[in-house]
Structures are given as structure tokens and as C-alpha cells.
Design a protein around this ligand. Structure first.
Ligand code: B12
Length: 213
């Protein structure tokens, strides 16, 4: 196995075993080896989180372990750093958040990292964000795109509310993108959203298309 593969495996395993010390070491190794943050997330850390999701869904691990793994993932992503600081121009302005009632943030952080890396300016409103806060931020930052994450069947409705409120506020020119485990293309079509994607790697192409590039 090559060195890069070893490091990616280390990143994955650090999340799978919620071993933050290992994650710190692996991120430092990744930086030293010149592995891009995107590859580190998509081919390393993110893979570990997929394992965690599967184990949790199968009842093999429980919430405390999931929380520990997500903290390891977040720490590692923080260490990889903001990805867009060298841009003096922007391809577009994106407001991003997790809908009201929902505290899941990891997927949103992944999307944010990719968007920033792709040259977009991202305002992250965090988690549990009421629709009116999305609207206020869109107006304040004159956003081109708004992205909302929902990880629970019970909170998906926040995505629909966002589309409806944009219409009411005459902000339909703002493109909407949606994602999260229970979110599907079919759901996004049904709420008249503009875009859906299930992974960080796809989001760049999706928004480029929306911005007419
Ligand atoms: C990690 C996790 C947690 C962590 C969250 C930590 C954090 N800081 O985010 C903790 C432990 C806190 C947690 C808590 C809870 N959780 Co939880 N959690 C998960 C778990 C295991 C993984 C989610 C995750 O991070 N995946 C990894 C990331 C990278 O993937 P992702 O989020 O899907 O994101 C990708 C795509 O979806 C997409 N995407 C995501 N967002 C967006 C946004 C846009 C704009 C776009 C374009 C794309 C996009 O791109 C991302 C990158 O590839 C899921 C299981 C699952 N199958 O998803 C359950 C899960 C979501 N949780 C669940 C539940 C029930 C809860 C709790 C209610 C548990 C409880 N009893 O307390 C609480 C939630 C409280 C609340 N009000 O929100 C359920 C939801 C069930 C449902 N009703 O639909 C799930 C599905 C588990 C299950 N099978 O029961 N959870």
C-alpha cells in the first residue's frame, strides 16, 4: 500500500474508532504528504463516518459512540482548515444551515468544505436554524444559493418551508439545494427545490451548473 493510501486509511480508522489522537496525527501526515483537504475528507474521514452510520443503523453501536466519532471527524475537519481564504473573488454566495429542530451538522460541514474549496463564499448559519433566519441571511448577504440540510424524516419539512417562504418573500431567484440522509431527488422535486445531491463531491458540479458555468 502506498503512503497516501496508508494515511487515508488512518483518517478513516480514526473516525471509526473515535480516536482523536490518531486523527490529529493522520491530519498532520496528510498535510505533510500534500493530500488535499477534499481527498482527506471524501476518501478518508467521510468513509469512516459511513462505517459509523452503518454500524449505528445495524444496532452495533449506540449514540455515545456516534457522538464520539462525529467529534473526532469535526476536530479533524477543523484542523484541515478553512479552504477558501486565498480567493479574492467569489463564484457565488451561499447561505447554508441545518433546518430547525435538527442538530446534525457533519454532512453540512462536508458540503461547506467542498463549496469553499470550489471558490464559493459560504455563510454557515449552523444547526437548528429557523426558516426566518435563512431568509434574513439570504437578504443580508445577497445570496445566490441557499442550502439546507435535514437528517431526520421529521425535519425534512423545514426544507419545504424554506422553498415556500422564498416564494412568499419574492426571493424565488435564489437557488435552493438540499441534502441529508432522508432527502432524495424525488422529495426535492416534490417541494420544487432546485437541486439535490448526496455527496460533497457532487455539490460543486451542481452549483456550477446553477450559476450557469
Ligand atoms: C452522527 C449522527 C448523530 C450525531 C450528530 C453529530 C453532529 N454534530 O452532527 C448525534 C449523536 C448528535 C445525533 C443525534 C441524534 N440523532 Co442522529 N445520526 C447520526 C448518524 C449516525 C450519521 C449522520 C452523519 O453525520 N453522517 C455522515 C455525513 C457525512 O453524511 P450526511 O449527513 O448524510 O451528509 C451527506 C449527504 O447527506 C449530503 N448532504 C447533507 N446535508 C446536505 C445539505 C446540502 C445543502 C446538500 C446539497 C447535501 C447535503 O452531503 C453530505 C456529505 O456527503 C445518522 C445515521 C444516518 N444513516 O445518517 C443518525 C440519524 C440521522 N440520527 C437519528 C436520530 C433519531 C437522532 C436523535 C433524535 C437521537 C436521539 N434519540 O436523541 C438525535 C437528534 C436530535 C436532533 N434534534 O437533531 C436518526 C433519524 C431518523 C429519522 N427520524 O429520520 C438517524 C437516521 C439514525 C437512525 N437510523 O435512527 N445523531
Amino acid at each position: 500500500m502506498g503512503k497516501v493510501e496508508d494515511i487515508l486509511k488512518e483518517l478513516k480508522v480514526s473516525v471509526e474508532t473515535w480516536n482523536t489522537d490518531l486523527a490529529i496525527k493522520a491530519v498532520n501526515n496528510a498535510k505533510e504528504a500534500g493530500i488535499s483537504p477534499f481527498v482527506a475528507i471524501e476518501a478518508g474521514l467521510g468513509r469512516g463516518m459511513i462505517t459509523i452510520s452503518v454500524l449505528f443503523d445495524e444496532g452495533k453501536i449506540y449514540l455515545p459512540q456516534v457522538l464520539a466519532a462525529s467529534q473526532t471527524m469535526q476536530k479533524a475537519m477543523e484542523m484541515l482548515g478553512p479552504l477558501d481564504l486565498s480567493h479574492s473573488w467569489t463564484k457565488g454566495i451561499v447561505v447554508l444551515g441545518t433546518v430547525q429542530g435538527d442538530i446534525h451538522e457533519i454532512g453540512k460541514h462536508v458540503i461547506k468544505a467542498f463549496l469553499r474549496g470550489g471558490g464559493y463564499t459560504v455563510f454557515d448559519l449552523g444547526k437548528d436554524v429557523p426558516t426566518e433566519n435563512f431568509i434574513a441571511a439570504i437578504k443580508e448577504h445577497q445570496a445566490d444559493i441557499v442550502g439546507a440540510s435535514a437528517l431526520m424524516t421529521t425535519t425534512l419539512i423545514g426544507q419545504r418551508q424554506l422553498v415556500e417562504t422564498l416564494k412568499e418573500e419574492n426571493l424565488s431567484q435564489v437557488k435552493t439545494i438540499f441534502g441529508g440522509a432522508p432527502c432524495t431527488q424525488k422529495w426535492v422535486d416534490s417541494i420544487s427545490g432546485d437541486g439535490y445531491c448526496s455527496s460533497g463531491a457532487d455539490v460543486i458540479e451542481l452549483v456550477h451548473r446553477m450559476m450557469g458555468e
